[in-house]
Design a binder for this molecule. Structure first.
Ligand SMILES: Cc1cc2nc3c(=O)[nH]c(=O)nc-3n(C[C@H](O)[C@H](O)[C@H](O)COP(=O)(O)OP(=O)(O)OC[C@H]3O[C@@H](n4cnc5c(N)ncnc54)[C@H](O)[C@@H]3O)c2cc1C
Length: 460
């Protein structure tokens, strides 16, 4: 790496303020004094999202604001840019930044940390783009919470059986941990709401369908644990279809599956995998056949000395496996540890020392399946039900960044255990200007627009 002289400060550009970006920048700002480097973090969002808590945020167990970590407050010795990196030439050490407002501009740097993560991997299924939603952002999690509760409101307020059935059918595609947790947590929340606040509905009126293209769910745990999870979900009345694919969704929301079944569903959640951020295709970084950045065990981008990458978009050799070509899995466990090693390696190289190889043997997985329900397999120990759920909570609260967020999440859980679970749908958030626009455009005449989903949610 070309080391700038003592008079000039290298600019470290961190692309993405998620798991890897936030933890790397935090460690760099701690270890490098302001005089030694300028750290610039670029992210379209002003916050890091702690994704493992999204299912609990959707279920109302944790406040949405508490699953995100504000970048400007946490990275107080970094320069935070709210915008997206649109393209990047590492040969010229320049990135093109599209800020939240204003014209795009070029940003020069000396050291690059590529941490822009992954995006939903979709397939060209007719109707999917028009009707589906992902489950990767806090916006999607909160939208889904409001949407599911609004469907209960719609079903409870009509006698039309077709409208009811359509509203109460919830379809999820993809059985990885994100999909299973979202499916199970939202069903648990909806069941609770129906049992306590919707006397005209019963849990049996709802239909929750999970479609998985392979023969199993939860590839992160052993087959017996995955089979146990399917049994648990089925016992709750949920419909788990293995070896089944989503074929199409019609204009009027009829879902068609590869097993020949078809049904109307107003909710379609796509969690069938991720792919590396498409930004990589607009860069000159070396990519592997899956579109990930090729990395060395030191987390340096292959063929470079001053570009680094980690997390979901990086093909990092897994040197704990005696298997040529093995790379680390895209999960939070690796992301957080890689970020630590990556920051230490940058500090080492800037100080004229050698970087060290990243080594971490995958410890296992924990997943929550609703309140007091879970599945876990950690260091070969298998846990089911309450112990697994408890482990899920204690593990993630220990991992969520900053003491502030840990305290707030624990406070949310404590309050929820003392008072009842919150099942309020803030449907107005989906379209906040509607009422004002209606008032302004009606010019004082008494015209009422047709009710929307937001109205229905608000009417509860
Ligand atoms: C619902 C859900 C539950 C999960 N649960 C678990 C779990 O229980 N255990 C586990 O180990 N893992 C879990 N994961 C996976 C884990 O969250 C990811 O592996 C981890 O977040 C990857 O970190 P990352 O930094 O690579 O990407 P991210 O954390 O996704 O960060 C990427 C950042 O880059 C930003 N960005 C995107 N495009 C640009 C651009 N063009 N320019 C600048 N910035 C950009 C994004 O806004 C984002 O902030 C879960 C994921 C989801 C979605």
């Amino acid at each position: 790496m070309s080391r700038p002289g003592p008079e000039s400060r290298p600019v470290v550009l961190v692309v993405g303020g998620g798991y890897v970006g936030l933890y790397t920048a935090l460690r760099l700002q701690k270890k490098l004094s302001r005089g030694r480097a300028e750290i610039v973090v670029v992210d379209p969002q002003p916050h890091m999202t702690y994704q493992p808590f999204l299912p609990e945020a959707a279920a109302g167990s944790v406040e949405p604001r508490h699953v995100v970590v504000p970048l400007r407050r946490t990275l107080n010795r970094c320069r935070v840019v709210t915008g997206a990196v649109a393209s990047l030439s590492h040969a010229e050490r320049r990135a093109r930044v599209v800020p939240a407002e204003g014209a795009p501009y070029e940003l020069s740097y000396d050291v690059l940390v590529m941490a822009a993560g992954s995006v939903a991997r979709t397939l060209p299924i007719p109707g999917l783009a028009e009707h589906g939603i992902g489950f990767k952002t806090v916006g999607e999690a909160i939208y889904l919470r409001n949407h599911v509760l609004a469907r209960l409101d719609a079903a409870a307020s009509t006698d039309d059986p077709a409208v009811r059935t359509r509203a109460l059918t919830f379809t999820f595609v993809g059985g990885g941990y994100a999909g299973i947790e979202a499916f199970a947590e939202l069903e648990d929340m909806a069941r609770y709401a129906v049992e306590h606040y919707y006397p005209r509905l019963s849990a049996g009126d709802m239909r929750w369908v999970l479609v998985e293209a392979t023969g199993r769910i939860l590839p992160e745990v052993d087959l017996d644990m995955a089979a146990w999870t399917v049994k648990q979900l089925t016992a709750r009345g949920m419909d788990v279809r293995l070896n089944t694919r989503l074929e199409s969704v019609s204009d009027d929301g009829v879902v068609r599956l590869s097993d020949g079944d078809e049904f109307a569903s107003e909710t379609l959640v796509w969690t069938a995998g991720t792919k590396p951020n498409p930004l990589l295709a607009a860069s000159d970084l070396p990519l592997d056949e899956r579109g990930r950045v090729r990395c060395e065990p030191t987390l340096q981008v292959s063929g470079t000395e001053d570009a680094w990458a980690a997390g979901d978009l990086a093909a990092v050799p897994d040197i704990t496996k005696d298997q040529p070509g093995a790379t680390t899995a895209p999960n939070a466990q690796h992301a957080v540890r890689q970020a630590k090693q990556l920051a230490d390696n940058i500090v080492a190289v800037l100080s004229g020392r050698e970087p060290r190889a990243y080594r971490h043997e995958y410890a296992g997985s924990v997943a929550s399946l609703g309140l007091h329900q879970g599945v876990a397999q950690v260091y070969g120990v298998k846990l089911k039900g309450w112990p697994a759920w408890f482990m899920h909570r204690t593990y993630h609260v220990s991992r969520v960044p900053t003491f502030n967020r840990k305290a707030r999440v624990v406070a949310d859980w404590t309050l929820a255990s003392v008072f009842r679970r919150e099942v309020i749908a803030l449907g107005q958030l989906q379209d906040p200007r509607r009422e004002f626009v209606t008032a302004a455009s009606s010019g004082g005449t008494r015209q009422m627009p047709a009710p929307t989903e937001a109205d229905r949610a608000q009417a509860r």
